[in-house]
Ligand binder design. Structure first.
Ligand code: IVH
Length: 674
C-alpha cells in the first residue's frame, strides 16, 4: 500500500474527526448509533495509526472538538458532591464509629439510593429557571429542555406560612425511569425491530441530554428530590429539608426513616434489600445521612464527598440455574447473537428464562455447555448476564457448536477481521429484510416517499418481497395491491411512482442503500466518485479501493465479503439490470416550494408511512421549519395516530391541520422528483 503524504494524512484526519464527532453526537446526545462498536473502533484506530506515523498532526487536534465538551455548561451555586460508597458491613459500622468520636451522639436518616441521574434544579425568586446535570461537580450541562418533560416538577415555589420564600434555591434529586416504564419502552423497541435499551439508568442519563421535547416525553422520565444545595433560609435538619420539599410538592421518598443506632440502621437495610424491587424507582443501595445540618457543617466534606453521609450499595443479585439450550438470533445487521435458554428462576424481582451471551467467544470464555449450572447476575440491566459456570454441579453436558450457517436463511456466516461477531452477510436473509428495506427506502438512501416500516412489513408478509430488488417488480402486483385493506390506488400509485423515481438516485445513495458493513454515507460518496457502477465497484481490485479516501483495509474487506456472498451478487446484478441511471452528482440543496417555504410545521402522533425524522427531513428540504410546540407562529399541524394535546391547542388557535395523506400529497406536489 503506498505511503500517504502528510498532506493526504491531514485531509484524511479531518474527515475521520468529522465522522467521529458525528457518531459521538448521535451516541451522547441521542443515545443511538448508526455504526457498530467495531466500526467506531476502526475509525479511532485509524486516527491513532495516523498519529503514530505523523506525530505532529496530533498537536493539530482541536482541544474541545469533542461534542461532549461542546454542550453549554453552567455553574452550580453550591458544588454537587458524590457519596462515599461501601459494599461492606464493617465499613458501614466503622463510619458510625468515626462519627461518634467526632461529634458525639447523633441521629441518622436512612433513604433509598435511587439508581438514576443526579440533577440540580435552580429556582430564582420562586421560579424554576434551569436544570443542570452534575457535570464535574462545579458546573453541569444545561438540560432544562428535557427536564421540562417531567410534569411533577413544580415550576413555581409556594410562599409557606412558616417561612419566607427564599430568593435562590437549588433542589437536588434523581431523574429515573420506573421499572414498569422501562419494560414498556423496551417492548416498544422490540415491536419496532430495534435493539432493547440495556438499562434504565443509562437510558435516563442519555434521555436528559436530548433536545427534542417530544422524544424525551416518550422516555417517561420521573424525578425524586432528596436534598437541597444553595438555600436562602434555614432548615435545621435533613428531616425538615424533606418536609419543605414535600410542602413545595416535589416528589419525595414516601417514608422517612429516622434512627439513633447503627445496628437498627443495618437491620432496616437488610429488610429494605428484600423490598426494594417493589418500589417504583430503581435502587442500588441505601444512603445514611446525619440528620442535623449543624453537625453536617461541622463534619464538612472531602474534595469528593461529604463526611456526614455514606451509601451502602447492594451487591448485584445472583442466582444459580441450569442452561437448557442455546439458540442463535440474527440481528438487523446480520450479527449472530447466542441466546441462553434457562430453567426459569426468580432474580431481582423478575422471572428470568433467557440471557444474552453476546457472541460465540463469550461461550468459549465461560467454557459453557448445555446442561451446565450457571451463576446469573442482574445489576440494573434488563437482560441478566451469565457470570460463570458452576463446575461442581456439572454432570451430563453437551458442547455448544459454533454455528457455520445462518439459522434463518442458511447462508455461510462470515467473521470480519478484528470483529468477534459472526455475521450473516445475505441481502435476502428474512431476519434482516425488513430493517434493510427500511434503510434502503430511507431519506439518506433511496428516499422512497411513502415506503415506511408498516408497508414494508405488509409486503414481506404477503411474500411480495424477498429481496430489496423485488421492490422494483411491484408494478406487476398493482391490481391486487390496490384491493388490499388500508391501501387503494391513491396510496399505491404514488408509491410505485416513487419507487420508479428511486432508480435515478445518485450512485452514492445506491451504495449506501445496500447496508454494506462499515460503509456509511460519506464512504459511499467517495466510492461513487471513483467507480461508475455497482459492478465496477464490486469488481475493483484492492489497490483501487484503497486509493479512495475513507476506505481503509476494514472497509475493503467488508466490500469484498459482501460481494462474495452469491445471493448478494445476484441481487446486485438484478439491480444493475434495472438500468439504474444514477445522476452523476447529488445536489443536496434545499428545493423551495411555496406550501413549505418558511412555513412552521408541528408533528403529533404516529405517522404510518414515515418516521418523524423522515417527515422532518422532507419538510426541511422544501424550505419548511419543524418546531416542537404549537404556538401562534405555527402554520400547519400534521396529525398521525394517537395525537397528543397539540391537536386541541392547534384547533383552539385555528391552525391548519393535515393528516398524513395530505402531507404526502403536498410533499409530492412540491417535489415530484424527490
Ligand atoms: S444525597 C453530597 N441521597 O447518588 C451528595 N444522593 O454518588 C449528597 N443519590 O450523585 C447526595 N439517591 O445523585 C443522596 N437518597 C439519596 C440519593 C442520592 C441517589 C445519588 C446522588 C449522588 C450519588 C452519589
Amino acid at each position: 500500500m503506498p505511503q500517504p503524504s502528510i498532506n493526504q494524512a491531514r485531509k484524511r484526519l479531518q474527515i475521520l474527526r468529522q465522522q467521529i464527532a458525528h457518531y459521538d453526537q448521535l451516541y451522547y446526545q441521542e443515545s443511538r448509533s448508526e455504526i457498530s462498536d467495531f466500526e467506531y473502533d476502526c475509525l479511532q484506530a485509524e486516527v491513532q495509526a495516523i498519529y503514530q506515523q505523523f506525530p505532529t498532526l496530533k498537536q493539530s487536534a482541536t482541544p474541545g472538538s469533542d461534542l461532549r465538551n461542546g454542550v453549554a455548561t453552567l455553574p452550580h451555586l453550591v458544588p454537587m458532591l458524590s457519596l462515599a460508597n461501601t459494599y461492606s458491613k464493617e465499613a458501614f459500622f466503622a463510619f458510625d464509629q468515626g462519627l461518634s468520636q467526632q461529634i458525639g451522639p447523633h441521629t441518622y436518616v436512612l433513604e433509598p439510593k435511587v439508581d438514576g441521574m443526579a440533577i440540580n434544579l435552580i429556582y430564582e425568586n420562586g421560579h424554576w429557571v434551569r436544570a443542570l446535570t452534575r457535570g464535574n461537580g462545579k458546573a453541569g450541562e444545561d438540560v432544562t429542555v428535557a427536564i421540562q418533560s417531567i410534569a411533577s416538577i413544580p415550576h413555581q415555589l409556594i410562599a409557606l406560612p412558616s417561612s419566607v420564600l427564599p430568593s435562590k434555591v437549588e433542589v437536588r434529586g434523581e431523574v429515573y425511569i420506573s421499572h414498569a416504564d422501562f419494560a414498556a419502552l423496551n417492548e416498544a423497541q422490540e415491536q419496532q425491530g430495534l435493539e432493547p435499551f440495556s438499562n434504565a439508568r443509562n437510558l435516563a442519563s442519555g434521555s436528559v441530554k436530548l433536545q427534542d421535547l417530544e422524544m424525551v416525553k416518550q422516555r417517561k422520565l420521573q424525578f425524586i428530590a432528596h436534598g437541597i444545595g444553595y438555600f436562602d433560609g434555614t432548615l435545621a435538619t435533613q428531616t425538615s429539608v424533606r418536609q419543605w420539599l414535600a410542602l413545595q410538592h416535589f416528589p419525595v421518598f414516601s417514608e422517612l426513616i429516622q434512627t439513633h443506632s447503627i445496628e437498627e440502621a443495618w437491620q432496616l437495610i437488610e429488610h429494605f434489600s428484600q423490598q426494594r424491587f417493589t418500589l417504583p424507582y430503581p435502587t442500588d443501595g441505601m444512603v445514611i445521612k446525619i440528620d442535623d445540618r449543624q453537625q453536617q457543617m461541622q463534619l464538612g466534606a472531602t474534595a469528593k464527598s461529604p463526611r456526614w453521609a455514606i451509601a451502602y450499595k447492594f451487591a448485584p443479585e445472583t442466582v444459580e440455574t441450569q442452561l437448557l439450550d442455546v439458540s442463535f438470533q440474527v440481528g438487523r445487521t446480520g450479527v449472530i447473537t447466542p441466546v441462553a435458554h434457562l430453567k426459569p428462576v426468580e432474580l431481582a424481582g423478575s422471572r428470568i428464562t433467557r440471557a444474552t451471551l453476546h457472541n460465540f467467544d463469550e461461550i468459549e470464555r465461560l467454557g459453557l455447555c448445555i446442561g451446565d449450572w450457571v451463576v446469573l447476575e442482574k445489576a440494573g440491566e434488563v437482560i441478566p448476564a451469565i457470570l460463570r459456570v458452576v463446575p461442581e454441579r456439572r454432570t451430563q453436558v453437551t458442547p455448544i457448536q459454533r454455528p457455520s450457517h445462518c439459522p434463518v436463511c442458511q447462508a455461510s456466516l462470515i467473521q470480519l477481521n478484528g470483529e468477534v461477531a459472526l455475521r450473516c452477510p445475505s441481502l435476502t436473509c428474512p431476519a434482516q429484510l425488513s430493517l434493510r428495506l427500511t434503510h434502503f427506502a430511507s431519506k439518506e438512501a433511496l428516499d422512497i416517499l411513502g415506503l415506511g416500516p408498516q408497508t414494508i412489513q405488509w409486503l414481506i408478509q404477503q411474500n411480495y418481497i424477498q429481496t430489496v430488488a423485488d421492490l422494483f417488480n411491484l408494478q406487476s402486483i398493482r391490481n391486487q395491491w390496490i384491493q388490499a385493506e388500508g391501501f387503494g390506488a391513491a396510496t399505491v400509485d404514488p408509491l410505485l411512482n416513487a419507487i420508479e423515481q428511486a432508480k435515478s438516485r445518485p450512485l452514492s445513495r445506491w451504495i449506501h442503500a445496500l447496508s454494506i458493513p462499515n460503509i456509511g454515507m460519506e464512504a459511499a460518496k467517495h466510492l461513487a466518485e471513483h467507480f461508475s457502477s455497482l459492478t465496477e465497484l464490486f469488481n475493483a481490485p484492492e489497490e483501487a479501493l484503497l486509493r479512495v479516501p475513507l476506505i481503509g483495509p476494514c472497509s475493503v474487506q467488508s466490500i469484498q465479503r459482501f460481494y462474495q456472498n452469491p445471493t448478494n451478487q445476484a441481487v446486485v446484478q438484478r439491480l444493475e439490470a434495472l438500468r439504474i441511471t444514477p445522476k452523476v452528482s447529488e445536489s443536496s440543496s434545499v428545493v423551495h416550494a411555496p406550501e413549505f417555504q418558511d412555513k412552521v410545521f408541528v408533528l403529533t402522533g404516529t405517522l404510518s408511512t414515515l418516521t418523524r425524522a423522515q417527515a422532518q427531513a422532507h419538510i426541511e428540504q422544501l424550505g419548511g421549519i419543524v418546531a416542537d410546540r404549537v404556538t401562534q407562529q405555527t402554520t400547519t399541524l400534521v396529525v398521525g395516530d394517537h395525537p397528543g394535546s397539540k391537536l386541541q391547542k392547534a384547533q383552539a388557535l385555528g391552525i391548519a391541520i393535515w393528516n398524513e395523506e395530505q402531507l404526502l400529497t403536498a410533499l409530492r406536489h412540491a417535489n415530484p422528483n424527490g
